[in-house]
Ligand binder design. Structure first.
Ligand code: 5GP
Length: 188
């Protein structure tokens, strides 16, 4: 991966508040860009194609995978998700610090390809708090919540593979911590 900007592998379980911290990071630091993933998942209410995700068909997804167009890709809760290579390379080339907000299977692929990458895992203060947040979001049905909690427990087993863990006990504090990790990496 090109090193003009810094790529950041940014993971954590669904519902942990990664997206909320990410919004705060984007607001505070104009050098940060979020890679827009391709997914076969249906858009949630309010999600915009090309902004939150590129919503693609299974055929479109697999065609790009066949032509080696992803940095990584994975199946999560029955849907495909992948990070388009070209887009990330272009943003790094422009000197942006590019966050890859992806789940653990994809994260492991990225760490295998780029062992030195700045990798950050966002943890909930507790599993009880994670479940409360997932329910509070109100966008998922009971079956999906159950699946996502089980997935979260699995994902947390991989937290030690990441270079840093940040606990999302408070969004501002967690964003401060992520920014200081990025600054430290920049100055290395
Ligand atoms: P959601 O459906 O809640 O938007 O995302 C489900 C999970 O997929 C989240 O953990 C999210 O970070 C992850 N994800 C989003 N984009 C990608 C991607 O391009 N690759 C992988 N491996 N995971 C992704």
């Amino acid at each position: 991966m090109n090193k003009k900007g810094i790529p950041v592998l940014y993971s954590g379980c669904s519902g942990v508040g990664k997206g909320t911290i990410m919004k705060e990071l984007l607001r505070r630091d104009p050098s940060i860009r979020l890679s827009v993933s391709n997914t076969t998942r249906a858009p949630r209410k309010g999600e915009i194609d090309g902004v939150h995700y590129n919503f693609v068909t299974r055929e479109e997804f697999l065609a790009l995978a066949d032509s080696d167009g992803y940095i990584e890709h994975a199946v999560y809760c029955g849907n495909y998700y992948g990070t388009p290579k070209q887009q990330v390379e272009d943003m790094l080339e422009q000197g942006c610090n590019v966050f890859l907000e992806i789940e653990v299977q994809g994260g492991l692929q990225v760490m295998e390809k780029y062992p030195e990458i700045l990798s950050i895992f966002i943890m909930p203060p507790s599993l009880e708090e994670l479940e409360r947040r997932l329910r509070g979001r109100g966008t998922e049905d009971e079956e999906t919540i159950r699946k996502r909690m089980a997935q979260a427990v699995e994902e947390m087993k991989f937290k030690d593979r990441y270079r840093f863990c940040v606990i999302n006990d408070d969004v501002d504090r967690a964003a401060d911590e992520v920014l200081s990790l990025l600054n430290r990496e920049q100055n290395n």
